[in-house]
Design a protein around this ligand. Structure first.
Ligand code: GDP
Ligand code: MN
Length: 362
């Protein structure tokens, strides 16, 4: 679960990581009262859960109130990487002398947590990582050893606080970019990004209320509220299977057949009619979907029962797009017999099904 900058900064503040004075607003009408709080000049920052807001024009400095009003209205009407800006963080502008990068994250290759530091932080850090990897320091971190490496040119207290926050919150990322040094030598977190490990959210009821608000995609948010394992993708073929591995393999086959998946949707085990209907409702919200491919493996859940679930779900939700179903495994014959009485298109193999649905949506 990604937290917004303003939410991440509230947490920084709790952990005594210095942040600029700031306030989140949702309307440019609130800019005057925000400015009383921050003073002038101030920075207006789009609160969207994507990186590169600065380069996209979503972070701007205003010298006076008129400019602040104009900029906040402009940014609130923007979309950044397709996401509409609904909130702004208004902050006191900082007099930046140097920009550092500091983060704690998971190093999957080395199966450890890692502290990442660079003295050339800021908006071009990705480029630095690519072109000047020697400018980036990576250190393995263990939970039992939280004291900071004291050879970095930033205060130990900030490193230690960030490490503590990272472990306390079960984060998979706690990032400050840039961590700025001001002209008078103070260090302040000018940006903040925290990602909480979804699998640990049960340990953090404090984030429960935030989950829908931090969701980027309205359809994904709906699906997650319904406890459906769904990821929206840019293509036009909805891929629905029972089991995550099968769903991923099926997406690969759709691609191999020349198609583009519109989603990853794991309907899980069982044939619960209401659940399948609910999942189809989610798929129907995405107007890009031009066809559906069900790839069902009958194991403990029997093919015929899954088909009954799908058929009755279609009685509830009417679709006028092609639907291909491939069944294999337990009670496959009975399932196919049920299918033959409908206008759902049966496929003999995963490849056959992928080819059929790709041809049908063309
Ligand atoms: P990002 O582009 O989404 O990572 O957004 P950031 O919050 O990192 O802002 C982008 C850039 O704007 C930073 O790297 C800074 O150079 C600049 N910036 C952010 N806050 C301030 C500020 O208070 N004063 C000044 N002068 N620049 C700022
Ligand atoms: Mn940044």
């Amino acid at each position: 679960m990604k937290l917004h900058e303003y939410q991440s900064k509230e947490l920084f503040s709790k952990y005594k990581i210095p942040i600029p004075m700031g306030i989140a607003i949702e309307s440019s009408l609130d800019i005057a009262s925000a400015a009383e709080h921050t003073g002038l000049p101030l920075v207006v920052k789009a609160q969207v859960l994507v990186g590169g807001r600065g380069k996209a024009g979503g972070v701007k400095v205003a010298k006076n109130l008129d400019e602040a009003k104009q900029l906040s209205a402009d940014i609130l009407s923007m979309k950044i990487k397709g996401i509409p800006v609904k909130k702004l963080l208004v902050e006191e502008a900082i007099d930046i002398k140097e920009e550092y990068y500091l983060a704690v994250t998971v190093d999957r290759d080395n199966k450890c947590n890692t502290l990442i530091f660079s003295s050339v932080g800021g908006i071009d850090i990705e480029e630095v990582a690519q072109k000047q990897p020697e400018q980036i320091v990576k250190l393995q971190i263990t939970k039992s050893k939280l004291q900071s490496p004291n050879n970095l040119s930033i205060p130990d207290q900030i490193i230690e606080s960030l490490l503590k926050l990272y472990f306390d919150l079960d984060a998979s990322l706690a990032e400050i970019n840039p961590l700025v040094k001001t002209k008078d030598g103070k260090f302040i977190a000018a940006d903040a990004k925290i990602i909480i490990d979804d699998n640990a959210l049960f340990r953090h009821p404090e984030f429960a209320g935030q989950s829908s608000e931090t969701e980027e995609d309205e359809i994904e948010a709906q699906a997650h509220r319904r406890k459906i394992s769904y990821v929206r993708l840019p293509g036009n073929i909805a891929v629905m299977c029972n089991g995550a591995g099968l769903t991923m393999t099926t997406m690969d086959e759709v691609k191999r057949a020349g198609g583009e998946p519109a989603c990853f949707l794991d309907i899980g085990g069982g044939s619960r009619r209401d659940f399948v209907a609910s999942a189809l409702e989610i798929v129907s919200m995405d107007k890009n979907v031009k066809g559906i491919f069900f790839n069902i493996f009958g194991g403990i859940s029997r093919c015929d029962e899954v088909v009954l679930g799908i058929i009755s779900a279609f009685e509830k939700i009417k679709f006028s797009i092609p639907i291909v179903i491939r069944l294999t495994g337990n009670r496959e014959k009975e399932g196919k017999e049920l299918l033959s009485k409908t206008n759902l298109i049966s496929a003999d193999s995963m490849q056959d099904g992928a080819n059929k649905i790709v041809a049908l949506v063309k």
